[in-house]
Design a protein around this ligand. Structure first.
Ligand SMILES: [Mn+2]
Length: 325
């Protein structure tokens, strides 16, 4: 691990043209990690840019990620890097398909550096730094950035790293919250990070519409006979009624029910395109359950997308989940 970090730091110091990206449907870990690494590379006068999908950025407006600094338009990005020789830094992406870029942009990279913490990472890079003992990719990026900037991490980068860690540890409540995580955060707080504010931004606020959608989703809540699996769904009609498709955190309501081991949220993205979000509490390895439906993730948090009718997906996934509890 230490050796791999050194190797990557040497490349970052030696090479001069980088494209940084996270996974499709980027979360706080992908966005925070990509922004922190890109800002650090720019700080040491490297040519670097990140691609961040505009649709995923709204909850992270406090990180001041803007169009001048990062690419949020794929066409502009394509124009920018056309004919250039760049190294692709793929963050938080378990597979090549998860990278939030068009294949031709991935294909044209000189080579790929894969930095991730997913157990099922397929080691698709020419260089792979995959450490699933790390709570967040942001924790790995912290060590890289600390070295690159010789411990002078400015607030606009510290905030990104703290966002990555707070997101993937569920505000330091998940079992991946290690002593190392707390040490990293302690250092970032020492550099000026306001943890209360970041917690509030990520977990402590909800739009009125999102809460209305929560109410509609809760009315679909069901529990398996043995009480170990709880699930709920959001269909197109409910999103229309609530005027939002924001379902973040909804799956946790099912997971957090007393005695429940697996919580599942089914989101109807299109008539026959169902996103399945899986969470577990203590022992069920939901990444394996997700893999049964061509998905993936972590043992306690995973997901898949299934192209079938909502009712059918619910019965298939719940039935498959029985084996894990
Ligand atoms: Mn992550």
């Amino acid at each position: 691990m230490q050796k791999k970090i050194k190797e990557i730091i040497n490349i970052l110091k030696k090479e001069n043209n980088f494209l940084v990206v996270g996974h499709v449907g980027a979360d706080g870990d992908s966005i925070g990690s990509a922004a922190a690494l890109t800002r650090s590379l720019l700080k040491i006068n490297k040519k670097a840019r990140a691609y961040l999908n505009r649709d995923t950025l709204a909850p992270f407006s406090y990180l001041n990620i803007n169009e001048e600094e990062f690419f949020t338009n794929p066409d502009n990005l394509r124009e920018e890097i056309e004919g250039q020789e760049y190294i692709l830094l793929a963050l938080d992406s378990g597979t090549r398909e998860r990278i939030d870029l068009d294949e031709e942009i991935i294909e044209s990279a000189k080579y790929i550096i894969n930095i991730d913490h997913h157990q099922d990472n397929t080691l698709f890079g020419q260089i792979n730094l995959v450490d699933f003992s790390k709570a967040a990719v942001g924790e790995i990026i912290y060590y890289i950035v600390k070295e690159l900037l010789q411990n002078e991490i400015p607030l606009e980068i510290s905030n990104c790293l703290a966002t990555a860690i707070i997101t993937d540890t569920g505000s330091l409540r998940y079992e991946n919250t290690s002593a190392d995580v707390l040490r990293v955060l302690a250092d970032l707080i020492g550099k000026g990070v306001n943890l209360y504010k970041i917690n509030k931004e990520i977990f402590g606020k909800l739009s009125y519409n999102a809460l209305v959608l929560q109410g509609l989703a809760l009315s679909t809540l069901e529990l398996s006979k043995n009480g170990k699996i709880a699930w709920l769904y959001v269909n197109r009609e409910m999103m229309h009624q609530a005027s939002t498709d924001y379902t973040e955190g909804l799956v946790n309501l099912a997971r957090d029910i007393e005695n429940v081991e697996i919580g599942i949220l089914f989101t109807q993205q299109e008539e026959k395109v169902i996103k399945v979000s899986l969470r577990s509490n203590f022992y069920a390895e939901v990444n394996k359950l997700a893999a049964e439906f061509d998905g993936g993730g972590h043992p306690r948090a995973a997901g898949a997308t299934v192209e079938e009718k909502l009712k059918k997906v619910i019965s298939d996934v719940v039935e498959a989940a029985e084996k894990y509890v």
